[in-house]
Design a protein around this ligand. Structure first.
Ligand code: NAP
Length: 220
């Protein structure tokens, strides 16, 4: 029997994190969403569970408890909250894979590429956490509404970057279970391209008056 990894989604009370939590729970994974507030997490988890219509259950906990109980931790918080949130769960992340969906959007000009000093928000997290945590960058280019449309597979691709090939492949397998095509996209430094693309996609959404533009890699 295959033992499935337990998943935490830190920031799972929000749009993007709730979407990935729904898909992974639907795929049969044990999912806990994390919040700064245990009460808010439990309330949001109950709402997500209701969407699943009894086919699966999502639980809620404060961020530290959620990260502590997981094998793989997703991070889905706004850029401004990325570093303080990671710092608050750094001990619980040791030995695990952190899947960081952060796009360094800097309001109000979110449709303009503004990468942080050093080039990549997710690479900075890998550098801060060190080798004890295998950071994988993913999901920057998929709209929450596509994740939450459980009737369909996600119609765009997800670039998956990380310095550890096994961790990248593990995340791609997780995404596949959630009916999302993850694409091997190289080392964590390449996350800069996925992070920049988020602003490009927002600009495309605006120009075309849509809300869910995405990217597709062809030729593979
Ligand atoms: N939304 C999308 O369609 C989309 C698409 C691609 C990528 N992303 C990326 O995914 C990440 C999450 O996006 P989102 O739209 O889901 O964000 P969001 O809904 O605005 O926030 C997600 C969660 O982050 C926590 N949070 C918010 N502000 C915080 C703060 N100042 N300090 C600590 N925690 C805070 C909140 O959880 P608690 O209050 O429960 O702690 C909130 O529910 C972002 O980096 C975004 O760029 C989003």
């Amino acid at each position: 029997m295959t033992i499935r990894q337990r998943i935490a989604v830190i920031g799972g009370t929000g749009a993007e994190g709730g979407g990935i939590a729904l898909r992974l729970a639907q795929a049969g994974y044990e999912v806990t969403i994390g919040s700064r507030s245990n009460e808010k997490a439990v309330e949001a988890a109950d709402e997500l569970t209701a969407i699943l219509g009894g086919s699966a259950r999502i639980t809620g906990a404060d961020n530290v408890t959620a990260a502590d109980g997981a094998d793989i931790v997703f991070l889905t918080v706004p850029y401004a909250a990325q570093r303080p949130t990671v710092d608050s769960i750094a001990a619980e992340l040791r030995g695990k894979i952190l899947v960081d969906a952060t796009a360094p959007l800097m309001p109000p000009k979110v449709a303009r590429v503004q990468l942080p000093e050093g080039g990549s928000a997710v690479t900075a997290i890998q550098e801060a956490l060190g080798d004890d945590v295998r950071v994988v960058s993913a999901l920057q280019n998929v709209a929450a509404e596509k994740l939450r449309d459980l009737e369909h597979e996600v119609p765009c691709d997800v670039l998956v970057c990380g310095d550890d090939g096994d961790a990248r492949r593990e995340v791609i397998a997780l995404l596949a279970a959630a009916r999302i095509r993850g694409i091997e996209a190289g080392p964590i430094a390449n996350s800069a391209a996925a992070e920049a693309l988020t602003s490009v996609i927002i600009a495309i959404n605006r120009a075309h008056k849509v809300t869910g533009a995405g990217i597709r890699i062809v030729g593979i």
